[in-house]
Design a protein around this ligand. Structure first.
Ligand SMILES: C[S@@+](CC[C@H](N)C(=O)[O-])C[C@H]1O[C@@H](n2cnc3c(N)ncnc32)[C@H](O)[C@@H]1O
Length: 267
C-alpha cells in the first residue's frame, strides 16, 4: 500500500486539517527559499494548500503537483482556475517524472503518511537538478500539537484500549526530533538545515473544535465512530471540559508545530 493516509474527501480534509496546512504553507515556502523562475514539484499536494500558495506568489516558472488520492487530484484540478498547475495522480515513492527535471521538490505534511519515507526522499532528490532544493515538513505529532494531545490523552484515560492507537498516531515516522533532518542527510543532500514552524489553530467554540474532528478527515473521527455510543458521549463530555478549562464556551487558540527540513542536491 503506497499510502497510510485515509481520506474522506476534499471537503472533510479542508474542514479538519486543510485549514491549518494552508496557514503552515506560507511559512514553509519562506523556509524553502522559493526562487524566481523555478520549476517546482509539490509531492503529496492534497487539496492544494501548498500548490496554491506557490501559484499565488507568481514566482515559479512551472508548478507540478502529485497526490496518491484521485479525489484530491480532482479537487486541485477543479479549483485551479487559470493557474498553470500540472496535477496528476502518483506515488511519492515512485515519482513519475524524469531525473533532474525540477529546481525544487517540496512536500508539506506528507512523509509521515508514506510507508517508506526514505524512498520518497530519495525520489525527490532524483527528480531535482544538482544545486536544486528538496524540502519537507511534518507535524511534531508527539510534542507539538497540544490540542491533538488533549483529545487522545482524554480518549486513552476513558478507554484504555485506545492507548496503542494513541502511540501509533503520536509516534509517526519522521516526526521525532532530528529524524527528518537525519533522513535528509542519509539521502545525500548537502547544506541540510531545519527549523520548527509554528502556527496557531484557532477555534470559535467547542463545536468548531469538535465537529470537524468528529465528522471530518482524520483518524479521530474514524476511531470515535467505532466506539459504543455511551463511550463516545463520555469522551465528548471530557474533551469539552478540557477545551473549556473552566471558562465559558468561546474562542480558544492552540499552537501547532511542524519540523521543516531543506537540503541541496549535490553539484
Ligand atoms: C496530511 S495530507 C497533506 C496534503 C497537503 N500537502 C497539505 O499540506 O494540505 C497528506 C497527503 O499525502 C498524500 N500521500 C500519502 N502517501 C502518499 C504517496 N505515497 N504518494 C503520494 N501522495 C501520498 C495523501 O494522499 C494526502 O493528500
Amino acid at each position: 500500500m503506497p499510502s497510510n493516509f485515509e481520506t474522506r474527501g476534499a471537503a472533510a480534509y479542508d474542514s479538519y486539517m486543510g485549514r491549518w496546512s494552508k496557514r503552515l504553507a506560507s511559512g514553509f515556502l519562506e523556509f524553502t527559499g522559493l526562487v524566481e523562475g523555478a520549476a517546482v514539484l509539490d509531492v503529496g499536494c492534497g487539496t492544494g494548500s501548498l500548490t496554491f500558495e506557490i501559484a499565488d506568489r507568481r514566482m515559479a516558472a512551472s508548478i507540478d503537483a502529485l497526490d496518491y488520492e484521485p479525489e484530491f487530484v480532482e479537487a486541485v484540478n477543479s479549483r485551479k482556475g487559470t493557474a498553470s498547475i500540472n496535477v496528476r495522480r502518483g506515488d511519492a515513492m515512485a515519482l513519475p517524472y524524469a531525473s533532474a527535471q525540477f529546481d525544487m521538490a517540496l512536500s508539506l505534511l506528507v512523509l509521515h503518511f508514506v510507508p517508506d519515507a526514505a524512498r520518497a526522499i530519495s525520489e525527490m532528490v532524483r527528480v531535482v537538478k544538482p544545486g536544486g532544493v528538496v524540502a519537507a515538513a511534518v507535524w511534531d505529532t508527539f510534542g507539538g500539537m497540544p490540542s491533538r494531545r488533549m483529545f487522545w490523552d482524554t480518549v486513552a484515560a476513558i478507554h484504555p484500549p485506545a492507548e496503542q492507537r494513541r502511540s501509533a498516531l503520536l509516534i509517526r515516522p519522521m516526526t521525532q526530533p532530528n529524524e527528518l533532518q537525519t533522513a535528509f542527510q542519509h539521502a545525500g543532500l548537502s547544506n541540510v538545515t531545519s527549523t520548527l514552524l509554528t502556527i496557531r489553530t484557532d477555534f470559535e467554540s467547542f463545536e468548531d473544535f469538535w465537529l470537524p474532528a468528529v465528522f471530518g478527515q482524520g483518524t479521530q473521527s474514524e476511531f470515535l465512530a467505532g466506539l459504543p455510543e455511551p463511550t463516545q458521549q463520555q469522551i465528548e463530555s471530557s474533551v469539552r471540559t478540557a477545551y473549556l478549562a473552566g471558562l465559558p464556551d468561546g474562542p480558544r487558540s492552540f499552537a501547532s508545530s511542524a519540523w521543516a527540513v531543506r537540503g541541496m542536491v549535490k553539484l
